[in-house]
Ligand binder design. Structure first.
Ligand SMILES: *Cc1c(COP(=O)(O)O)cnc(C)c1O
Length: 404
């Protein structure tokens, strides 16, 4: 008789977005005259920019002719894309990252869930709390997290680093030394980030303690403040301790198009063994490459036109973020984030729980957000609103919240 991977059985159900959907459906059925505004989901809504659409069309047409048709992509991605990434995302920011350290993929979820494969099952992970659920769940599936305690909502073998208003949402060095440290900056869900010198302190910590930082930079394009690093490789010594994962999803609206990449520097070694070689082996064995058409679309993100159009798109979302932030402040709420990220993280008033506040927002303002407790125990008492709606809806939602 076969047996299943028992680690999957340990995962608690993920009820966050299904519970939200059920509550919203029940409310709409009971109140068909009250239109809902959704500021809950972490998905973009603006269309793909013209420069990328043009590149997509051109690449599709190339597939129609024998002399420009492309089959399997090179293992680590096409050189035209890897060179554009190395130039624009790294060299222009003063980071010494070369095209051959970049692995093109279908997105940051795949890479951030798979990267743990190249580490021993005995490695202990540290995550910020609240956190993007993929980091913990992928390590649970691999058998690295121990047992789940439903009352504390914590895993017995995971180091949690609370990021709350009391510490300015800056993760503190844990008492126990981890092996793998997941950092997502700017952060989903809190919308906050840390300064370059605070990030440098984490790089120094990792180098001093023999840890690897898995750095998720999915929201890099939203960084507005000058003292925030766009890449962890802006920090001295990061090439010895950090893997960086990036995505075109939030930077360029590719959530449905699918493209991302991971940087594994050649200097990154564990007892003389190159992580770059291991990740190349993993990529070659388990992944057959992002489509040629999509890699051409990614290349267009870095063209002059593409950059200018995306700057406008990001500005559109960040105008929403700033409208949410100022609107909530004026209404008396305590709000965080929304400056270097498209997320606003608010403290629920009157010591309400995240779900109590969700219900109140739904019933009284007909606005849908995401309860902070869905992202981890330290998210309790917080609520996430996203800037990914339309400007009109965002302003209308704020008007309703103000009238509460
Ligand atoms: C949206 C998001 C991603 C992007 O994932 P893709 O698979 O590239 O769409 C990665 N990390 C975080 C924290 C995110 O919020």
């Amino acid at each position: 008789m076969y047996q299943l991977n028992e680690n999957y059985q340990k995962l608690p159900g993920s009820y966050l977005f299904s519970t939200i959907a059920k509550k919203v459906a029940a409310f709409t059925e009971a109140n068909p005259d009250k239109p809902i505004i959704r500021l809950g989901i972490g998905d973009v809504t603006q269309p793909i920019i013209p420069a990328v659409i043009q590149a997509l069309h051109k690449a599709v047409d190339e597939m129609a002719y024998a002399d420009s048709f492309r089959g399997y992509a090179p293992d680590l991605g096409y050189d035209f894309l890897r060179s554009a990434i190395a130039e624009h995302d790294y060299r222009q920011r003063g980071c010494d990252i070369t095209a051959d350290e970049i692995f093109v993929s279908d997105g940051a979820k795949s890479d951030s869930s798979s990267i743990q494969e190249i580490f021993s099952v005995d490695c202990k992970i540290a995550v910020t709390d609240p956190v993007y659920p993929v980091y913990v769940d992928s390590n649970v599936m691999a058998g690295r997290c121990g047992e789940y305690d439903s009352s504390s909502q914590m895993w017995s073998n995971v180091i949690y680093m609370p990021c709350v208003r009391e510490n300015g949402f800056v993760p503190e060095f844990p008492k126990e030394t981890p092996d793998l440290i997941y950092l997502c900056l700017p952060n989903n869900p809190t919308g906050t980030t840390i300064t370059k010198s605070q990030l440098q302190a984490w790089v120094d910590y990792a180098n001093a303690h023999g840890c690897v930082i898995i750095y998720d930079g999915a929201y890099e394009a939203y960084i507005a403040e000058a003292d925030v690093a766009h890449s962890i490789y802006e920090c001295a010594g990061a090439k010895n301790c950090a893997v960086e994962i990036r995505s075109f999803s939030k930077n360029a609206g590719f959530t449905g198009v699918r493209l991302g990449f991971t940087v594994v520097p050649k200097e990154l070694k564990c007892a003389g063994v190159s992580l770059h070689t291991m990740w190349a082996r993993r990529h070659g064995t388990k992944y057959n490459g992002a489509p040629y058409i999509i890699q051409r679309a990614g290349e267009a993100v870095y063209s002059g036109e593409g950059k200018a159009q995306l700057k406008e798109q990001i500005a559109y979302y960040m105008k929403n973020a700033s409208a949410i932030k100022t609107g909530l402040k004026e209404a008396g709420y305590e709000v965080y984030g929304g400056v270097n990220a498209p997320y606003i993280w608010l403290k629920t008033p009157h010591a309400m729980s995240s779900w109590e506040f969700f219900d109140e927002m739904l019933e009284k303002a007909n606005v849908v957000g995401t309860p902070g407790s869905g992202f981890g125990p330290s998210g309790e008492g917080y609520f996430r609103l996203t800037a990914f709606g339309s400007y009109e809806n965002t302003v209308a939602a704020l008007e309703r919240i103000r009238q509460l």
